[in-house]
Design a protein around this ligand. Sequence first.
Ligand code: ADP
Length: 407
Amino acid sequence: MESFSRWFDTWLLPALGVVGGLLATGAGMGVSYPGRWIGGVGGAACIWSILWLRRRRQHERMETGSYVHNLEIELGRVQRSEQLYAALLASLPVGVLALESGHPVYANRAAVEFLGERVTQRGAPMPTAVRQVMEEAGAGRALSRQFSQGFPRRVMEVRGYPPGRDGFVLLHLFDITERSQTDRMRQDFVVAASHELKTPLAAMQAAAETVLVAIEDDPDVALEFSGRVLDNAIRMSRIVSDLLDLSRLESTTPKMEAFDLSDGLGEVVRRFSSSLPPITFDAIPTPIIGNRSDLALAFRNLLENAVRHTPDSGRIEAAVVSRNGEVVVTVTDTGAGIPTADLPRIFERFYRVDTARSRATGGTGLGLAIVKHVAEMHGGRVEVDSRLGDGSTFRICVPSVASGRSG
Ligand code: ADP
């Protein structure tokens, strides 16, 4: 169509003009003088008007062409910004659902992932909580609900926003699985810590009451129970001190410094000089960048455990070695050992293999959790090899130049 119109303008129109002009001129030639003039002028006017018409059509075509061109540019711009918004919405970790007349008309990638491919189709299955939030938001009430779904189980939160001026109801979906796990762990920890503190507190209370009753009539009993008050006070203070250490390790970034680890740990071993079994310490100067007091604290916890779980006739060997860019602190004992089934859990807070024995020997159940934290905060790890009845070897492995908290 376009090529015909071009052909029409280029060839046919001028040809018609020329033919019309010739005819008018020819017609004029056959008659008298003024007739010839009139014919000639008529022919020229005919050619001129057809050429003018042709020019006008070309001009119109140019105008239409530039209008279409501008329209194409504008369309490209709109498409580009549409692509940008789609990419932004798709990149959000939050699910976004838009509803019109109570029905989902748009779902971004996260929403499809959470609610399924068919979420925007009529009759698609929808969790009850999402349906409730949709209805409430449609009725103009902002609402949020939590629900869980799928395997592995995911905990979700859905929030609904009443329609704005555009008339769309919006729903946001958040995956709060990790947050709810952390909340639960925190709650469990508070319960466990309270329980740990309540036990010595109750013992102290009972002992103090006995002291009050016996102080006049039976001074020996009073003395014995005063000792119990003191023991439980010491136990409580140990628990509180370990809790504070754990909380500090979790919430603050330690100050790293360059120092000789063998030197720092040697000081700790010296504090155990009167304990049984005696501790041998094998170390050569080992420069490291790390936190001196936290590494000493972790090492002290390993030595305390070894002493508590090894008979006086046993052996405890501690060493510091450097290998492959790593510094390894080892504490080996020939004590009670740990059943294989318990090994994966001994670094959890308040986990004990034998609760009564741990409490009786002054354990808080937090020592190894602290060791693990210190190792990880230095970008390292803690390892254990143990066999029931044969003894245990604990290793703290950290990079010579600590890379910092790993998570
Ligand atoms: P606790 O204060 O009870 O020692 P830890 O967190 O330090 O708590 O240790 C957790 C549990 O691991 C202990 O209760 C104990 O049963 C076991 N354990 C730790 N170190 C040793 C060891 N050297 N020998 C045997 N058992 C150990």
